[in-house]
Structures are given as C-alpha cells and as structure tokens.
Design a protein around this ligand. Structure first.
Ligand code: FAD
Length: 457
C-alpha cells in the first residue's frame, strides 16, 4: 500500500485509497466501461494541494491524471496505480462586478458555471451537458450551442492559472506566456493543472429551442431540409440533426417511443415566437413530435444531460461539404446504431465564430462547416464491438467528404495519427515545442498526448 504520510501532513483536501469506503464513488467516471484503478485519489481543495500532490507523485515516481467532470470517454482522468488530482472541490465561480468576466475553479462543471453566470445575466459558450467539466472541455476546445455566435469555449478564455509539472505556478494570457495561452486553445490537458479559468462573458439574450421528431425512415428528407436551413441560418442559431431512440416523453407519440427516430434540434438566441417563423420549412415536413418553447439558458444546457452508468464509444469527423449523397450516407449509417439506447448519431453545424480566425489557433480545420459525431452509449458489454463498428462505419461512408482532421474532444483514444490530425503537422510540432518547455518529462500524458519535442542540447 502507498505510504501517504508525507502527503497527508501537507494536504488540506481528502486522500482516498482503495480501502476507503468513498473510493469507488470517487473513482467512477462517465464511461462505465473504464475500469482503471488509481492508487490514490487526491481531492484537492486549493492550489497548494495540487502542488503538494504533484510533488508527492514526483517523489514516489507515480504517474498522474487530472480529473474534473470525469467525462473523457477514454478515461483520461484516471491512471492505473497512479495518483489522480481530483479537482472537483475547486469549483467556485465568481463574476466580475461589471458582469463581463468570470473566474471559474478548475474543477467546476458547466452546470455550476452556467447557473451562476445566468443569475448575473451573462453566459459564455459551454458544453451541452451540465455535468461535463469546464476544465477538460475548455482545454480541448469546447463546442456548445453559442459557438457560432461567440466561438468555442476556449475562444472566450482571458487567462488560465496553472500548476506546472515542476510545481511552478503560472498565468497564461495574451500577455503572459502567450505561447502557452495559444496551446491551451485546444491542446487539452497536456501542459499543466488548471486551477482557475477566467472567461469573457456575454450579455444573456432570450433563449428558445425547437425539437422535431420523425420516424427514422423519413430522416433523410428531414436531414436535407435541416442542412439547407442550417447552411444559411444566422449565427444566433445552433442545433443538430440527429438519430436517436424516441424518448418516453409526453410530447412523443407512443409509436415513436423506443423506436429509431430522426430529430432536428434548433437552438436560438431569441424568442420561440421568432424561432417559429424561422423553422417553418422544417415544420412543413410534418414532424410527428414538435416542441417549441422559450427556455432559460441554463435549463437548455441541462436539457440533454446524458445518463451516467453506460458504456461509451465516441468518434467524429469534419466534413467540408454535405451534399445529398453525404446526407444519404449519414442517414443510412444510422441503421447500425444500437437501439434502443441513449446513443446519438449527430451532425452539427459549425461556421460563424468557430471559423473566424481559424488559422490563429492550434485546432486544424476549425473552419469546417459540419461535424459528424457518433456518440455511443449502451449497457451490455456484448455490444462493445457493435458500437465501435457503427462509429467506424459512419466514418468510412463519410470519407469522400471528410477533411482528415478531427475535433479531439469528441473522440476516445484513436491513436497518435488522429492526435496529429487534430492539429495538423505544423501546429502539432509547435505544440510539441511548447510541451517541451512546460512539461518536458511528459507528466501530463493522459489526454490525447502531445509528445514533448526533443530539445537539442
Ligand atoms: C456526456 C458528454 C457530453 C459532452 N458534451 C460535449 C460538448 O457539448 N462539447 C464538447 O466540446 N465536448 C463535449 N464532451 C467531451 C468533453 O469535452 C471531453 O470529454 C472533456 O475532456 C471532458 O472534460 P471533463 O473535465 O468532464 O473530463 P475529465 O475526464 O475529468 O478530464 C479529461 C481530461 O481533461 C484534462 N483536464 C480536466 N480538467 C483539467 C484541469 N483543471 N486542468 C488540466 N487538465 C484538465 C485532463 O487531461 C483530463 O484527463 C462531452 C462528453 C460527454 C461524456
């Protein structure tokens, strides 16, 4: 058993090992297929705790992982026999007096952040599920309903406070360590432990959404209509075309409950009355279910909260165009999705502020107009291969239209080539150089790993 004596003396948070009753709950992550068992879970309460736990791991020669929301489907927030820096206790959110910025603890969830910001009449782009961590999502880019208007979550960063592998604390911003600040716009958890993020906030507009459902057989016509709508929609509009299992909700007719459905979700920074006019071409296709309503932003942000406890396999592709042939391939591949299950077979529109100044940032192909995203959640381990096959099949059939790059937050562990593809060779090499400066020993290697460049002596 690990002797934690030297750490206990200096640590203000809680230290858990496998014999603690709280260990199993603390170890659980979103993807129930992840069985990794760390030796120590260090539930940090302060920046000093992070430094002490890192120093202990260094002395003990233990690998480390950093955990916030625990939503990495690859299980990147755990490490076998190593030490987990569990940031969930560092979740305070404070809004500046002028309401234009927020300082958010490195372990906060989007649910906490969105609700505090909403009370101050503000918001910024965040994840679409309230239990996802601000930390992992933002460092990996951060796609959300506001992105076409306000950019990815990382585009709204003003500063990040980090503890580096050697225990130094730094602030990265446009003026301090600007190279590191650049890398934190999609380079993920490769560079240090973020103890707090400072975000730009935007005035909170009214929000509404429309959700329409058709039987899966009618999905191709609906997806084509949605493509035409999203192609020219204002930046205030977000949403997705998706294939799902019809949920047991009042607005869903009994014949669709538990059955494969095609859905179109439209989110809007405007009222439901305004949205009704915009979605008229979609509503004309006679969806069997239609919800159109005003909604507070933070409620929209938790409306799709996925259930924990399922096995997960996710993948993604960027598409440079979405002609009818690609829509057909996308819709036909949905037949292989495991149903009934909470799995989703999604096509998201990018563009707008995601694409603006795309070349200034590390993620490749941010100016892609469409993102295909098979998101598998299922219960039975016997279906593991089926879920993978479906995701890979979708990638294969869309290959004629894909760019070759990928949004890394949306995939599990798919190997080094995919990590390089996420940035493009040139940006990957630049990130590797920055990694060599800030984490030369590759301490932070659990997220899609950027290997430190070899430094010539
Ligand atoms: C249900 C669900 C919904 C999602 N929705 C979206 C979405 O709408 N948009 C989107 O872009 N992505 C989404 N994702 C993907 C998500 O952004 C990534 O999985 C992300 O890594 C999760 O962050 P986390 O903090 O919850 O994860 P964790 O598993 O806790 O962390 C993942 C990795 O992030 C790094 N990390 C986390 N916190 C810190 C920190 N404070 N300092 C340094 N490194 C840190 C670490 O390297 C860690 O290994 C979703 C994932 C799930 C499971």
């Amino acid at each position: 058993m690990t002797d934690l004596g030297s750490l206990r003396a200096a640590f203000s948070g809680t230290l858990l090992t496998a014999d603690d009753p709280a260990y199993e709950d603390a170890r659980a992550v979103f993807n129930s297929a992840v069985e990794t068992r760390p030796a120590v879970i260090a539930q940090c309460g302060s920046t000093d705790d992070v430094k002490e736990a890192l120093a202990f791991a260094r002395r003990a020669g233990m690998p480390v992982a950093v955990r916030s929301g625990g939503h990495s489907v690859a299980g990147a927030s755990l490490v076998q026999d190593g030490l987990v820096l569990d940031m969930r206790g560092m979740n305070a959110v404070s809004i500046s007096p002028d309401g234009r910025s927020a300082v958010v603890g490195g372990g906060a969830t989007w649910g906490t952040f969105d609700r505090v910001a909403q009370r101050a009449g503000a918001a910024t782009t965040g994840g679409r599920v309230s239990t996802t961590g601000v930390g992992g999502l933002t460092l990996g880019g951060g796609s959300g309903w506001l992105e076409r208007k306000h950019g990815l979550a990382c585009d709204n960063l003003l500063a990040v406070d980090l503890v580096l592998a050697d225990g130094r604390t730094v602030t990265a911003s446009e003026t301090e360590h600007p190279d590191l600040f650049w890398a934190l716009h999609g380079g993920g958890g490769n560079f240090g432990v973020a103890t707090s993020f400072t975000f730009r906030l935007h005035p909170l507009p009214e929000f509404s959404f429309a959700l329409m459902l058709w039987p899966a057989e009618e999905g191709e016509a609906a997806t084509r209509a949605w493509r035409d709508f999203a192609d020219t929609a204002p930046e205030e509009i977000g949403g997705a075309a998706l294939f799902i299992t019809g949920p047991p909700e009042d607005f869903v007719p009994p014949e669709l409950v538990g059955k494969p459905c095609c859905g179109v979700l439209v989110t809007s920074m405007g009222t439901a009355a305004e949205l009704e006019t915009l979605i008229a071409p979609l509503a004309a296709l006679e969806p069997r279910a239609l919800v159109l309503t005003d909604i507070p932003y933070a409620d929209l942000q938790s409306m799709l909260d996925d259930p924990p406890g399922f096995r997960n396999y996710w993948s993604a592709e960027y598409l440079r165009s979405l002609p009818d042939e690609a829509v057909h391939a996308f819709c036909a591949a949905a037949e292989r999705m495991i149903t009934p299950s909470p799995s989703q077979h999604i096509m998201l529109p990018w563009g707008g502020a995601v694409a603006r100044n795309a070349a200034d940032w590390p993620m490749a192909n941010r100016d892609t107009p469409w993102v295909a995203h098979p998101l598998g959640l299922w219960e039975n381990p016997a279906d593991d291969q089926r879920a993978r096959d479906w995701a890979h099949h979708l990638r294969d059939v869309l290959a004629p239209w894909t760019t070759g790059a990928v949004y890394l937050n949306f995939i599990g562990d798919e190997g080094t080539d995919r990590v390089v593809a996420g940035y493009g060779r040139q940006n990957y090499d630049r990130l590797a150089g920055i990694k060599a400066e800030y984490d030369p020993g590759n301490t932070f290697n659990r997220w899609h790993n950027i290997t430190p460049a070899k430094v010539s002596s």
